[in-house]
Design a protein around this ligand. Structure first.
Ligand code: GAL
Length: 419
């Protein structure tokens, strides 16, 4: 938090006086990291709907799942006093950008579109700064999913696992049958995505919140956390040796084409299955990540809007915000993206069984206290603490000389230092 302000505060002044005269009237530049097959098909829906209103879309795509690279590029654009009109910014980061005075007030669009009544309060609170809308939500992703290729399971003669014990039994059989049990890409955010699923399943929702939302030191250093790290490390042997640096969608593709049996990944993975013409419940299965049935790790994508000086561009920016919350966009985008609409009251008709399950699980988990924000996807904590957790998790996963006990101590220290 402190670091963020230190880094960007000097540029606030220059941004406030920057002009947007170099861009054409009615243009919005949109920064995002949606470059995989399913993601690109999804963002194309927004571009299309905006262009149909006579505005132009300047694409500012920065490849890299999870958005770390995109955020780095965004910071350097902001530093040079030239942020885009809209940027994919999520969770607590929205507040950080708003605190710098760089975001524009979307209240008139929100009022006209009735956002307060159409969004769950837990979502609208995140989109606001000092009670004013500065960002607009796109979707709700469930992160704690297990994606499976049923054909591979059939060939290996085992069932799709519901717990980490069952996972090991199935994975051993799958390996024996000549397949890769777990498709994974060795990137810090993917390691963290797998890790948080293990933590949620083994620790439960309250433990998860204490560790990743309130950062209780006793929880971070607990024997339970040591067990979680051990189980997490135990998954390493089910991943192929070429996983280093692999993109998440390449890993999904290994499940799609039957080279691998499973992937633990948020439901943007479904976007890849769908883009490949695969059907939920037939060609692929979606199950809660082992041990997390009834729990829901949420990840909400959103666009924050930066202050603009050009009146035409500001109009286009408002049109973009308005369009994002409209039913036509919410439906088509989410069908492609694998997520579910964030706007309430949408018809479920066109959504598949995985989306149905996600919608049911969201409501059920909200009622039982099992709806938790994703640490790996910037929902639960600041990007500084998230980065600190990423480092420990990924180093431990890739370095055999580090014990689980050491890793847990490092975790607590790293989180404390980033607070
Ligand atoms: C997440 C983002 C998703 C998805 C994923 C992989 O952080 O919220 O929309 O695209 O990264 O790129």
């Amino acid at each position: 938090m402190k670091n963020f302000k230190k880094y960007l505060a000097p540029i606030v002044l220059s941004c406030a006086t920057a002009t947007a005269t170099s861009v054409q009237a009615g243009e919005v530049e949109v920064l995002h990291w949606w470059t995989s097959g399913g993601e690109a098909a999804s963002v194309a829906v927004l571009k299309d709907l905006l262009e149909k209103q006579g505005h132009s879309w300047k694409d500012f795509a920065v490849a890299g799942g999870g958005g770390e690279s995109a955020m780095t590029v965004l910071k350097s654009r902001a530093v040079s006093g030239n942020p885009p009109a809209a940027a994919q910014i999520k969770g607590l980061d929205i507040q950080e950008w708003a605190d710098l005075g760089l975001l524009t007030n979307l209240d008139p669009v929100a009022k006209q579109g009735n956002w307060d009544n159409l969004l769950p309060k837990v979502v609208s609170d995140v989109m606001k700064s000092d009670g004013h809308y500065v960002a607009v939500p796109v979707n709700v992703h469930r992160v704690n999913w297990l994606w499976a290729n049923p054909e591979v399971f059939k060939k290996a003669g085992v069932g799709i696992p519901n717990s980490w014990e069952e996972f090991s039994t199935a994975a051993d059989a799958i390996q024996k049958a000549g397949f890769i049990p777990l498709a994974h890409g060795g990137q810090a955010w993917q390691d963290a995505t797998l890790f948080e699923a293990v933590a949620l399943g083994m620790g439960g929702s309250d433990f998860y919140r204490k560790a990743f939302v309130t950062h209780d030191m006793d929880t971070l250093k607990s024997p339970k956390m040591v067990d979680i790290f051990k189980t997490f490390k135990g998954l390493r042997k089910y991943i192929d040796k070429d996983s280093a640096g692999r993109d998440w969608n390449i890993a999904t593709n290994m499940v799609i084409n039957g080279k691998a049996a499973m992937q633990v990944m948020g439901d943007w993975a479904k976007g890849e299955f769908v883009a490949a013409g695969k059907k939920a419940g037939v060609d692929f299965a979606c199950l809660p990540a082992p041990g997390t049935s009834g729990q829901y790790t949420f990840n909400i994508d959103s666009f924050a809007m930066f202050k603009l000086n050009d009146a035409e561009n500001a109009k286009a920016q408002n049109a973009l915000a308005k369009t994002i919350m409209e039913p036509a966009f919410q439906e088509t985008f989410n069908l492609n993206k694998g997520s579910i609409p964030v706007r309430s009251g949408m018809s479920r008709e066109k959504f598949d069984s995985c989306a149905d399950a996600s919608m049911d699980a969201f409501n059920a988990a909200a009622a039982t206290g099992d709806l938790v924000p994703s640490m790996a996807h910037g929902m639960s904590t600041t990007s500084y603490i998230q980065g600190a957790i990423y480092d420990v998790v990924t180093n431990f996963f890739n370095d055999d000389s580090l014990s689980a006990e050491d890793a847990v101590n490092r975790l607590a220290q790293a989180v404390k230092a980033a607070m």
